[in-house]
Design a protein around this ligand. Sequence first.
Ligand code: NAD
Length: 400
Amino acid sequence: MSKIVCVLYEDPVDGYPKSYARDGLPKLEHYPDGQLLPTPHKIDFKPGDLLGCVSGELGLRKFLENQGHQFVVTSDKDGENSVFDRELAYADVVISQPFWPAYITATRIAKAPKLKLAITAGIGSDHVDLKAAMERGITVAEVTYCNSVSVSEHIVMMILSLIRNYIPSYQWVVEKGWNIADCVARSYDLEGMTVGTVAAGRIGLATLRRLKAFDVKLHYTDRYRLSESVEKELGLTFHPNVESMVPFCDVVTINCPLHPETEHLFNDALIGKMKRGAYLINTARGKICDRDAVVRALESGQLAGYAGDVWFPQPPPKDHPWRTMPHHGMTPHTAGTSLAAQARYAAGVREILECWFEGRPIREEYLIVDKGKLAGTGAHSYTAGNVTEGAEEAAQFKER
Ligand code: NAD
């Protein structure tokens, strides 16, 4: 029997939904590059239901308890007296979503002698100290591709909403105004602009494909170059590094994982190399940007707008400056947890657990760390190291 501790975000303030806005979800056959969707033997939830909150339990309880495992679900994840901290001492497996990350720091790993598997219900395992996980032989796995397209849709939404000045215009309507001049004094067209992505992996490439229709010039940088045929099809300009790309761009979208190479990549110096009045979109990870450098750039006009979905830590303190800085379009890490995405990652987590308990290998593309080293997608997209420093600040959300 194993103990599985699962950290999920809180239920809606009005309680777990009794009904939904739509009936069911579109059925997808496979991911855009042909990769198979999650393939568990069975699921015990209805796709389209809210699975990522505590009462949703990722639809796993029946499956785990039928096999005699102990399954603990909590949203109380930060601070030494949190339920997560206490349960960790006996946990064999931890499941956490990046939206409401259970930070698995070296200190916590030291307090979790039985922990063997950390599953990310989503994509991005930077909330785990990967260096400490390697040293302890903990396997880290995530559900690669489950929400990459969801995020690319969110990015297009954010680019358009900043450039068209959508959020302030909407606000004028809510406030019963009709202030056209106020709305359009910061409103532009995306057509003809240059958009660059930092990384052209699953999300970056899906974003480039969606943006192609807007008649923009598309640039990218990545550790790996895309095939000649894809570059030609999308009319892409490749740059060997981010510094050489950003001076060309009216819009920059960040789509690389957070790892030692990308931590605080967008600091004063790099933002200073961008065009005055550029827009920066960060749905990747909050820590890829220097918090205060972003605020300074918006205040000085170096950036015309910043839209992001990701913060550090999460949840951010109530006085986090990104809540109140000018010209922002922030969301509380929702890009990859649409109801459609949840159905995929809940099924993916079940697939990983079935493999684990049946002694079958976890799909290579799901692996981040295995057998003491980076593996699978981890070896492709990450560098070894720890980027969880400062995560304990998340406890301040409860306090302040
Ligand atoms: P992916 O593994 O398919 O692609 C990552 C790409 O980043 C790879 O092509 C890799 O070569 C590139 N890369 C790594 N380091 C780089 C560097 N220093 N410079 C340039 N490129 C670099 O992953 P993906 O599905 O595209 O997801 C990317 C990231 O997006 C995740 O790791 C996660 O942090 C974030 N994400 C956010 C959400 C959300 O809800 N906001 C959801 C899913 C993923």
